[in-house]
Design a protein around this ligand. Structure first.
Ligand SMILES: [Mg+2]
Length: 280
């Protein structure tokens, strides 16, 4: 073995040792695939685009049919009211996947402090199809309301972020944040009520069941039953965007009990899987 071969061998060994060390350092994070899919996949982008495109094709019919309403809060005497659509913000019209990706790479977790800091960067981008749909609606005389669980101190940055990309109706009257009025809690029904008072809500958009109903049915089974109750709404008046990175679907698996340890929550999520017994 000449000196060069020895050196090459030593380098290879050093590389292997360094790889092994890295593998030990890198903690697996349950959010990796979800963030990767959300941020890089054609499959996510085309799904979101398809949801919005489907809604856009129905806009004319929804505007023209004065009995058409999408809100359970609509009440009576709504047929002569002017049309509006209601959209959630996070992961519905704005893509915050940079935050979720930071959670993965920093091996961190969501906190209201880091989230507020991220919101203030105003670096979120439009989800695929959201701008086209909201602009098409506005052009047809439909008012656009953004009903978000971002908090009151985050309203200005949210409006600025929406404005940056030309979202219509991005102003303090149409961006309805949590806590802006005392009856506006994290449940969105009271805000839908407020929009429905003056408008016929023709379509709603979200990435979370709570963007459509306050009563989400509780546990996983209850949620699915609740979803079935409204089977006529989905894809016609209610439009759900995919979000595998977080949401009430996740916490439903551990009884919405965030006081449990990460290990306990993870165990309950694993237990919620309907898995094959495996090979014999
Ligand atoms: Mg959302």
């Amino acid at each position: 073995m000449n000196v060069f071969m020895k050196l090459a061998g030593a380098t290879a060994l050093a590389t292997l040792v360094s790889f092994a060390a890295q593998a030990q350092d890198a903690k697996p994070n349950d959010g990796l695939n979800a963030a990767l899919w959300y941020q890089t996949s054609v499959e996510y982008k085309t799904t979101a685009k398809s949801v919005y495109a489907g809604a856009q094709r129905l806009l004319g019919a929804a505007i023209g049919d004065h009995s058409w309403t999408a809100a359970l809060e609509q009440g009576d005497n709504y047929m002569s009211k002017s049309p509006a659509i209601v959209l959630d913000v996070d992961e519905t019209v704005l893509d915050n996947s940079a935050y979720q990706s930071w959670v993965v790479t920093a091996d961190s977790s969501y906190s209201s402090k880091t989230w507020a800091e991220f919101v203030n960067t105003e670096m979120s981008t439009p989800t695929p199809g959201a701008l086209e749909l909201t602009k098409a609606a506005a052009a047809k005389g439909v008012a656009v309301y953004y009903v978000t669980n971002r908090k009151a101190p985050e309203e200005a940055a949210t409006i600025a972020n929406l404005k940056k990309y030309g979202f219509p109706y991005a102003d303090a009257d149409h961006v309805m944040v949590r806590g802006e009025k005392k009856e506006w809690g994290s449940d969105k029904g009271t805000r839908r009520d407020a929009v429905a008072a003056d408008h016929r809500i023709i379509m709603m958009f979200g990435d979370n069941f709570g963007d459509f109903v306050d009563d989400m049915g509780g546990d996983v089974k209850g949620r699915i039953a609740k979803m079935d109750e409204y089977s006529d709404y989905w894809g016609e008046r209610w439009f759900m965007l995919p979000n595998p990175t977080y949401g009430s679907w996740e916490s439903a698996a551990f009884g919405d009990n965030w006081k449990l340890s990460p290990e306990e929550r993870r165990q309950m999520k694993t237990d919620a899987l309907n898995d094959w017994d495996g090979p014999k």
